[in-house]
Design a protein around this ligand. Structure first.
Ligand SMILES: [Zn+2]
Length: 369
């Protein structure tokens, strides 16, 4: 069977905490738009997370990434009832599997000071999409989230300062997050213009932004917007949430574009194929080269993946082949010379144990929902 070797792939926007979400109980009502998808699915799920569930979720997500030749994950985490120490748990879980990480905690003011979801406040602020009505300064939840970023980064952890999205944050919170990132020599990793609810976000964030920022989605970001940072494109998630096509090619070359999964696994070759076909659906004259560039430019964010060697069960690893070849898998993965995957099986951890413990953790998570 032909084989090819490449550097490791990078998932530039992940939510490892959602690895256990598959098969979760249906929400109380069918969501009809992005805000209700967030409110009824993801913000209920992240509120139910504890550190044990986060650990098994991260291990499963890291294992599945490794099996797909993805050796680095840029994660965006939220667990409003288990904030402190959550980034350490994710870092340790991924390190056990051998996957590189760049982590952050997504700061938000969408929880009021009593720890409950302030969806009414969000809906009231939505028409203006500026700041949360009735919320001056930072909420306690935002303060604790920011402190988790700071604690993790100051202790030597690798990552960004996370912000959920401008539309769920006060100006005070956005300024504090940007200030902390600048102080610590990193950027802010934030959801930007994923849906129409985040209108105006880029105008609020542009004066704070730097080239180190990582901007997820940008579906509704106006063309030629002066906000600074790398744009992460998540085509499958955008299709799944019916938010529209981001047309990321319009941001090049002033912005670098990279690919993420938004939490739906870490199979970056599959995300590349979806990125290609989504662009093709918008412009039938395109080839797979732009999507291939977005995929491989992930290495600009985690350059060490150049030291990783992934041996694939297919050759050649070229865009015109891979755009039409599903099911390509990593056979062997080395990181800095250390074998992480051999014959498609993880070398440092027991895959069966991780899958079994993840099923148990998912059971506890579903019971809470
Ligand atoms: Zn996301």
């Amino acid at each position: 069977m032909p084989e090819a070797v490449t550097p490791g792939l990078v998932c530039a926007h992940h939510h490892l905490y959602s690895a256990l979400a598959r098969g979760m109980p249906a929400p109380p009502a069918t969501p009809t738009d992005l805000l209700s998808i967030l409110g009824q699915i993801w913000w209920r799920l992240d509120a139910a997370l504890d550190l044990d569930i986060i650990e098994w979720s991260a291990k499963l997500g890291a294992l599945e990434a490794l099996e797909c030749g993805t050796t680095a994950i840029i994660d965006h985490h939220e667990s409003p009832n288990a904030i402190e120490g959550s980034l350490d748990v994710i870092a340790a879980a991924c390190a056990e599997v051998g996957v590189r990480t760049s982590l952050c905690y997504g700061v938000t003011d969408r929880w009021n000071d009593h720890g409950t979801l302030d969806l009414d406040g969000l809906r009231r602020s939505m028409p203006r999409s500026t700041v949360l009505v009735g919320t001056a300064g930072m909420t306690d939840g935002a303060r604790r989230g920011l402190a988790e970023n700071e604690r993790f980064l100051r202790a030597g952890g690798r990552g960004y300062v996370g912000v959920h999205a401008a539309f769920t944050c006060t100006d005070a919170t956005l300024e504090a997050a940007a200030g902390l990132a600048a102080e610590l020599g990193t950027g802010v990793h934030v959801h930007l213009h994923e849906g129409p609810d985040d209108a105006g976000a880029a105008d609020r964030l542009t004066p704070l932004s730097t080239d180190r920022w990582l901007l997820a989605h940008c579906v509704h970001l106006p063309d030629d917007h002066p906000i600074r940072g790398t744009i992460s494109h998540q085509p499958r998630s955008n299709l799944n949430n019916a938010v529209g096509y981001a047309r990321p090619a319009r941001f090049e070359p002033s912005h670098r574009v990279v690919l993420g999964t938004d939490g739906i696994g870490a199979d970056m070759l599959e995300e590349f194929r979806i990125a290609y076909v989504a662009q093709r659906n918008d412009d039938v004259t395109t080839g797979p080269e732009p999507a291939w560039r977005w995929l491989t430019d992930g290495a600009r964010l985690i350059p060490e993946v150049a030291n990783d060697r992934v041996t694939w069960n297919y050759a050649p690893m070229e865009p015109w082949h891979l755009a039409f070849t599903p099911g390509v898998r990593a056979r062997r993965v080395e990181r800095d010379g250390q074998v992480l995957l051999e014959d498609g099986r993880p070398a440092l951890v027991d895959a069966e144990e991780i899958r079994a413990r993840a099923v148990e953790a998912a059971g506890r998570l579903f019971a809470r929902l």
